[in-house]
Design a protein around this ligand. Structure first.
Ligand SMILES: *Cc1c(COP(=O)(O)O)cnc(C)c1O
Length: 394
């Protein structure tokens, strides 16, 4: 019997999904670094542009290497369709602007990646779209924020940087009652640990720059959902506004997918060990990790996530203590990506979240003592030694 890719385990999907060999039978997928495609005849060009003949036209519309990335990620996610974009933010912007128009209203969780928050607070109002920000983990707050013109719910869970968790199924149920679409930014959970589409979401967005590349090389993003929704709301916008992913970056990213399962499981295992070490240290006031029993949304995590992820956040009480910690690190880098093979620590209030006002930061509990740690692939004992030394110095 022929293999059915939909029966494969995730690890197999990540290696074999979307594989489209050329006539040469190459083992590594080819990079089709081409912007355009030649047609056998004028009739064929006519048919391709009319849509009656399948095939590529122009790389802004589609490219075989980009398609392999889209097919592999769609198979992993269990989604009918995927559109790859040049960055995670291009995917978020596409998702939001494809689903709303002037006069519509969005409800979103407050704890968001800074650029997502900028799109909702600063950019969308220019086009007549208002957003109400709510405390994401409180599902009833979403219902209370609904207006007659609410068309979209947007959420990130676990959220950056304090790892608060929203109840995807409960929020999707509320959206379903009013006919609003739900978009979930699933970067922190990765496609391996959380499946928002199965919990009722309409679209999932990724920054592929994070775990999917996982080795700090390229930017990329993706948007996944049902074919009909992607065709209706995003296909023309992708074609005509141009956030296409480069074929070279697509190739780097699907090679990243081949090892995603291995990397994310190992990084998560190490993160669990380090989270306990951090939480038990005398200098640490609070430690937030989805794998710990003391996480405020533990019950939701048990229902909707199958793994805790690679990021740990902790509070050292003051900016001075956080800086002493960061400056005492010898192995772990001070940097601001996440999901990378190299472990890195970030001070959100002075870097990734500095564009938020003090008041906005306090609303999500983000004070100057918090540090975000992205756990990489180094040996757990070496990382523990570096962390212990730096925590002592804090
Ligand atoms: C990094 C990130 C983004 C943006 O992705 P880029 O690839 O940097 O554009 C969006 N959402 C979350 C949760 C992120 O961590």
């Amino acid at each position: 019997m022929a293999e059915n890719p939909n029966d494969w385990e995730p690890a197999t999907r990540l290696i074999r999904g979307g594989l489209a060999r050329s006539g040469h039978g190459e083992m590594a997928e080819p990079i089709y670094l081409t912007q355009g495609f030649a047609y056998d005849s004028a009739e064929s060009a006519d048919a391709r542009f009319s849509g009656s003949e399948p095939g590529f036209i122009y790389a802004r519309y589609g490219n075989p290497t980009v398609q392999m990335f889209e097919d592999r990620l769609a198979l992993l996610e269990g989604a009918q369709a995927c559109k790859a974009t040049a960055s995670g933010m291009a995917a978020v912007h596409l998702a939001i602007s494809g689903l709303v128009r002037a006069g519509d209203h969005i409800v979103s969780s407050k704890a968001l990646f800074g650029s997502c928050r900028w799109i909702l607070n600063t950019w969308a109002p220019r086009f007549g779209v208002e957003t109400t920000l709510v405390n994401g983990p409180d599902a009833e707050a979403w219902r209370a924020a609904v207006r007659p013109n609410t068309k979209l719910f947007f959420l990130e869970t676990p959220a950056n940087p304090l790892l608060e968790v929203c109840d995807i199924a409960a929020i999707c149920a509320i959206a379903g009652e009013i006919g609003a679409k739900v978009v979930v930014d699933n970067v922190f959970a990765t496609p391996l640990f959380q499946a928002p589409l199965k919990l009722g979401a309409d679209l999932v967005v990724y920054s592929a720059t994070k775990h999917i590349d996982g080795q700090g090389r390229v930017l990329g993003g993706a948007l996944l959902g049902d074919q009909a929704l992607i065709d209706e709301s995003f296909k023309d916008m992708m074609r005509h506004t141009g956030p296409a992913l480069s074929p070279f970056n697509a190739w780097v990213l699907f090679k990243g997918l081949e090892t995603l399962d291995l990397r994310v499981h190992r990084q998560t295992q190490t993160a669990g060990v380090l989270a306990d070490l951090i939480a038990d240290h005398a200098k640490v006031l609070a430690c937030r990790y989805p794998g710990r029993a003391d996480h405020p949304q533990k019950a939701i995590i048990d229902r909707q996530m199958t793994g805790a992820g690679t990021v740990v956040a902790f509070d050292l009480g003051s900016r001075e203590a956080a800086f002493r910690f960061l400056d005492a690190l010898e192995l772990i880098d001070i940097s601001n990506n996440l999901g990378d093979a190299k472990s890195m620590a970030t001070h959100p209030t002075t870097t990734t979240h500095r564009s938020m006002t003090e008041e906005q930061r306090l609303e999500i509990g983000l004070t100057a003592g918090w540090v975000r740690l992205s756990v990489g692939l180094e040996g757990a004992t070496d990382l523990a030694r570096d962390l212990s030394r730096a925590l002592d110095a804090a």
